[in-house]
Design a protein. Structure first.
Length: 245
């Protein structure tokens, strides 16, 4: 039976964490940079424990104003330190329950495509947090770099984002970056999980590995979308379960 992990970005102050948590299998918890604070980290970890949801750190740029979605000039050393600092902050709350790490927003996209940044982040993770699973954009340079260094990688796909022919996500600044139609999002997910392909914006079918599926918790219809995805995946005979390397 095919299976997929359903991850969600939580602890970001959207007010829907309590509704979303029972519907997902992994929680990416904001660590106070692009969103969140110590109080939200504690509350979100407690919710995850209550619902037996896997806990992950969600590091991004220190950028509350733009929600960490604006790219910056950054060195590999700075990228590594930024990620380590936020992992350590969540570890202070979650302890041994901390299971994975997934970068956020602009940092996620930059490290996914830049070999120097990927190596900077991966080398620090391999040195200090080798047991954490890295959630990385499916087929990305980051995923390949981490796998080559022996880290466990969950290749991530998106229900609500469109793709380019090279497998990258369409930049948010472009008008067709988001999949806003629920039926189209479900169809895209089923294609990625069942067939291992996603249709890019130019019509190209891109081969893709789907091990964990991202649902953005800050969307206005996030809860309804999570419910729909659970229903459609189950009906298709796909088990929604935490990622197992």
């Amino acid at each position: 039976m095919k299976r997929i992990d359903l991850n969600c970005d939580l602890g970001e102050g959207a007010g829907r964490d309590a509704e979303l948590m029972p519907l997902v299998t992994s929680a990416n918890i904001a660590c106070g940079a692009h969103a969140g604070n110590l109080e939200t980290m504690i509350e979100t970890v407690e919710l995850a424990v209550k619902h037996r949801v896997m806990i992950g750190a969600h590091p991004g740029y220190f950028d509350l104003e733009h929600f960490g979605r604006v790219e910056r000039e950054i060195t590999p050393q700075e990228a590594g330190r930024l990620v380590l600092m936020q992992i350590e902050q969540l570890f202070e709350v979650a302890g041994a329950r901390l299971r994975h790490v997934k970068l956020h927003g602009a940092l996620y996209n930059q490290v996914s495509r830049d070999s120097r940044l990927a190596e900077g982040v991966v080398s620090d993770l391999a040195r200090l947090w080798p047991d954490l699973i890295l959630f990385a954009l499916a087929g990305s340079l980051l995923a390949r770099t981490a796998s080559a260094r022996g880290l466990r990688v969950a290749e991530e796909v998106f229900a609500d984002r469109t793709y380019q022919r090279d497998g990258s996500l369409t930049p948010r600044g472009q008008p067709d970056a988001l999949v806003t139609d629920e039926n189209a999002a479900v169809a895209q997910v089923l294609s990625m999980v069942q067939r291992g392909v996603v249709r890019a914006t130019d019509g190209t079918e891109v081969v893709i590995t789907a091990e964990t599926l991202c649902l953005h918790g800050d969307g206005p219809h996030a809860v309804a979308m999570a419910q729909r995805l659970r229903k459609e995946l189950t009906a298709a005979g796909i088990a929604v379960k935490p990622f197992v390397a």
